[in-house]
Design a protein around this ligand. Sequence first.
Ligand SMILES: NC(=O)c1ccc[n+]([C@@H]2O[C@H](COP(=O)([O-])OP(=O)(O)OC[C@H]3O[C@@H](n4cnc5c(N)ncnc54)[C@H](OP(=O)(O)O)[C@@H]3O)[C@@H](O)[C@H]2O)c1
Length: 317
Amino acid sequence: MERHGQKVVLITGCSSGIGLRIAVMLAEDEKQRYHVIATMRDLKRKDNLVKAAGDLYSKTLFVAELDVCSDESVKQCINSIKDRHIDILISNAGIGLVGPVESIPMDEMNNVFETNFYGSVRLIKEVMPDMKNRRAGRIIVISSVMGLQGVAFNEVYAASKFALEGFCEGLAAQLLSFNVTLSMLEPGPVHTEFELKMIQGMKEKEWPSVDPDTVNYFRNFYLPGAVDIFEILGQTPDHIAKRTMSVIEASNPHFHNLTNPLYSPILALKYADETGCLSVQAFYCMLFTLRPLMNVGMPVLKYLTFGFMRKWRISPN
Ligand SMILES: NC(=O)c1ccc[n+]([C@@H]2O[C@H](COP(=O)([O-])OP(=O)(O)OC[C@H]3O[C@@H](n4cnc5c(N)ncnc54)[C@H](OP(=O)(O)O)[C@@H]3O)[C@@H](O)[C@H]2O)c1
């Protein structure tokens, strides 16, 4: 297990999607600068990662078990690393949740917070003291554009990422005095299993506890719009992995890192009006009153962004 002179990188949620691509891209580094510990909660799901890593498996890429929802699992994994030494922590594991709030049981909401918010907090808490002691380290958290802007029918997911943004913004300032940097990556839609897991079954689902107007908005306005947005604006996991690499390599990494420039105007709108009315009204119009216009606008946007050249796919590899 070669580690001499290499930076030790620990990544969570590497069984698929963004985590898998970040792990492989770092392991493939030509100068072999990284010793990658790619973790996942269920080692039975390691095949895609091992296949994508090819010859690099057990050379620059190693697989370990880590469930971000379990104190014991996090401790066990970190304790198994030589001297508990981690140079770069990438907190990526996360789950989505979409649907009318009235229909979501509290334990499902808790599960989203337990994974997306407390999962990252648990990990950072375990790794940060050693980084502070060594006066060196880099923490990267995969948040979401929904950690900066709430989106209808994604309220609980957005709340979990907003919580993470707030937690990390406070910590980032404190950690700077220990020479540890903390950066957020805020992707828009990315073609991974994530969208499948979220949207799967939604069309057929019954909503007995939700009023018919909300069900109609969700099923006939939101869902088709979300599918269009994923198709037209979606980035690949590779794109997010490259951006993560550039944050790792930056001498002064930014705190916010929006991966999709098409979302910058939405955030500009939000910060331009401190009452918040502008952005709430804009989202209302986009979802409900301007939906027919969006139906025309989406193909135009697809053309303008060369989306017609992209083949839509769920792409863990
Ligand atoms: N895809 C998007 O559109 C998008 C957009 C913005 C931000 N993000 C964020 O990007 C991150 C990665 O998502 P992705 O798109 O790559 O989706 P993905 O392919 O579904 O990957 C999510 C990963 O998280 C893992 N995970 C879930 N619960 C876990 C737990 N308790 N402990 C450890 N690992 C756990 C999953 O493992 P299993 O295989 O065991 O389920 C999987 O490896 C998430 O934080 C997500 O919020 C995604």
